[in-house]
Design a binder for this molecule. Structure first.
Ligand code: PEP
Ligand code: MN
Length: 263
């Protein structure tokens, strides 16, 4: 179902008036984690002002350490809803397990399945029964074929609205958090009709590399970007080192607008 042989035309996914895929460039931006009302509202208004289309923010966080901040849970989802009402931006947020699927599904406009859950097959099957689009992130050590097979799990249960996301993979290189596989864009465009976006924040782990790789991704033909933004990165409860301050996000937007038309 994910194959271009089966479906030659690009899939275009509509979310509250935003189009994803088919030559549109969609920018998703926001904090790694929802931390407080003040934090989320500040960042939501800032990214909206610079032209972001969709607000990201995690309420349930898949952290490497169980002692790290785990997210605000449903409180975080309620804040996302408030930010959506205030800015008009639809929400993308992660669903980590089946236990919380129903509640996340109620609030989210796009459900994110994180890299660590790319092959959580029961979660993929549940996502396939949802009527919300799914943002499926490539696993840390997953091949492109495995990513497409995970999309197939979702689609075979009925949900055809899958957005793929390359977020860097594990290689021998340790300077960056992960290695961004820009060739995945061209491979996926050949093999599949599904939209593919790039997450340069998790791919690099370093804010200074986010703008150059965003430009690269758009030049290669990505359907969009998902970018972590924080007004006080040094105080962020997760992923501060890779988060752009609003003024740096503004610069990124102006740089990518020179490469592709962003509506
Ligand atoms: C995230 O988007 O905040 C996240 C945890 O991403 P990934 O699953 O790609 O690590
Ligand atoms: Mn993050």
């Amino acid at each position: 179902l994910a194959s271009r042989l089966f479906h030659p035309e690009d899939t275009v996914i509509q979310v509250n008036g935003c189009k994803i895929g088919g030559g549109n460039v969609t920018i998703m931006a926001g904090p790694c984690s929802v931390e407080s009302e003040e934090q989320l509202m500040t960042i939501a208004h800032a990214v909206k002002k610079e032209g972001a289309h969709i607000l990201r923010g995690g309420a349930y966080k898949p952290r490497t350490s169980p002692y790290s901040f785990q997210g605000m849970g449903e409180e975080g989802l309620k804040l996302l809803q408030k930010a959506k009402e205030a800015t008009g931006m639809p929400i993308v947020t992660e669903v980590m397990d089946q236990e919380n699927f129903d509640v996340v599904e109620q609030y989210a406009d796009i459900l994110q399945i994180g890299a660590r859950n790319m092959q959580n097959f029961s979660l993929l099957k549940r996502a396939g029964k949802s009527n919300k689009p799914i943002l499926l992130k490539r696993g840390l050590s997953a091949t492109i074929e495995e990513l497409l097979m995970s999309a197939e799990y979702i689609m075979s249960k009925g949900n055809q609205n899958v957005i793929l996301c390359e977020r860097g993979i594990r290689t021998f290189e340790t300077y960056t958090r992960n290695t961004l596989d820009l060739s995945a864009i061209t491979v996926i465009k050949e093999l599949s009709h599904l939209p593919i976006i790039i997450d340069p924040s998790h791919a690099t782990g370093k804010w200074s590399m986010v703008e150059p790789l965003s430009k690269g991704a758009i030049a290669v033909g990505a359907d969009g970007l998902i970018i972590e933004v924080h007004h006080q990165p040094e105080l962020a409860l997760s992923d501060g080192a890779q988060s752009l301050k609003p003024e740096k996000f503004a610069r990124l937007m102006r740089a990518v607008e020179k490469i592709a038309a962003i509506e």
